[in-house]
Design a protein around this ligand. Sequence first.
Ligand SMILES: Cc1cc2nc3c(=O)[nH]c(=O)nc-3n(C[C@H](O)[C@H](O)[C@H](O)COP(=O)(O)OP(=O)(O)OC[C@H]3O[C@@H](n4cnc5c(N)ncnc54)[C@H](O)[C@@H]3O)c2cc1C
Length: 398
Amino acid sequence: MDFTLSPEAEEMRLRIKAFVDTHIIPLEADRSNYDEHENIAEEPLGPLKAMAKKEGIWSLSLPVEDGGLGFSVVDIAPCYEEMNRSIFGPVCFNASAPDDGNMRILSQVARPDQKDKWLRPIANGDVRSSFIMTEPMPGAGSDPSVMRTTAVKHGDKWIVHGTKWFITGAAVAKHFILLARTSDDARRGLTAFMFHADQPGWRITRRIPIMGPEEHGGHCELEFDGLEIPDEDRLMAVGEGLKLTQIRLGTARLTHCMRWLGLSRRAMEIARDYVVQRVSFGETLASHEGVQWMLGDVAMAIEVGRLLTMRAARRLDEGDFARKEVSMAKIQVADTLHQAVDTAIQLNGARGYSKDTVLEWIYRYARQARLVDGASEVHKMVLARNYLNEGNDFWSWR
Ligand SMILES: Cc1cc2nc3c(=O)[nH]c(=O)nc-3n(C[C@H](O)[C@H](O)[C@H](O)COP(=O)(O)OP(=O)(O)OC[C@H]3O[C@@H](n4cnc5c(N)ncnc54)[C@H](O)[C@@H]3O)c2cc1C
């Protein structure tokens, strides 16, 4: 198995690294560039996005005909990792969640006229988007089959009623992908739709306060009270909502892993800078064996996460859903992010607990990694089910 990066991916990775080091990390160091939810404020973000676009570091994962660079999943992995060495990186390159996953799914399943209407403005960076699936109890969470939000057909329109929550970016999004129940069929009961923020019949009931810093537009609870969606804005066939979700989530979960590996590396960078300088008991911290074991553990975990991510990326590029591979990468890298930032805080001593570095920001952010896009336990359930079905073939070399 050859993990050598393609020349295009390596060239792009180096350009992204230079951009992040030169333009984003210095800006991140100045708290006046943060908005009230601890993300990059819109004022500094606008010029950075324009610069990234002008330099051609924009929408890497979209096909060229849809306004991107046509990179494979394998090729975006090192690039996304490099972007997220800054907490503000991905959004500057139109590579942050949920826009990134929404663009990819629209590129994969939308009709040409739907792409013009819904995808192009996101790919251009003119609007933001949200993906609406999760519901409060007793609706859909880990298990989408218990979804309660309904879309009922009246003539050539669908009328939506229900409640959703934790919808990332909803307060600023203009384009929404919505999953709703259209029948009681166990496998084909859900359908996906597009709607625009300006359409009547829905509202944000609250922006849910969370423990970590927020994506632009927060995580919102939404109420649907008669939203009308023309049938032409349905995505895929009636009953194919679950299928759309499976197509979207495979790559979306893996791009989280790519970004979290970048954040893990950044935490290590901050730890390394400190331990090679700080002296305790006659030697630098880096000279103490106990410190070396901590650093060694994280260094290895990042490499393990990267290998699992690259293997899953290859399977996705081959057209497979890569459920096992993506689940393994997601569990591993979510844990690695926790381990990396926790270790970095510990090695920075009191400084690690302060706001003088971005470690505390990453620490609070990291907690969502074991929950979003499938809790770790649910991914372990997927692995166990595969193992029980396949036995020793689970580890086949194919
Ligand atoms: C920061 C953030 C952003 C999000 N953004 C979005 C978004 O943009 N759009 C969207 O639709 N949703 C979003 N979500 C929701 C997210 O996808 C769900 O939180 C996730 O799917 C888990 O669902 P749940 O929270 O309802 O957990 P539940 O289903 O209520 O499960 C609770 C816990 O029970 C355990 N559990 C559940 N099932 C099993 C099982 N089968 N076996 C063992 N243990 C189990 C797990 O520990 C799990 O954490 C977001 C969530 C967060 C925290």
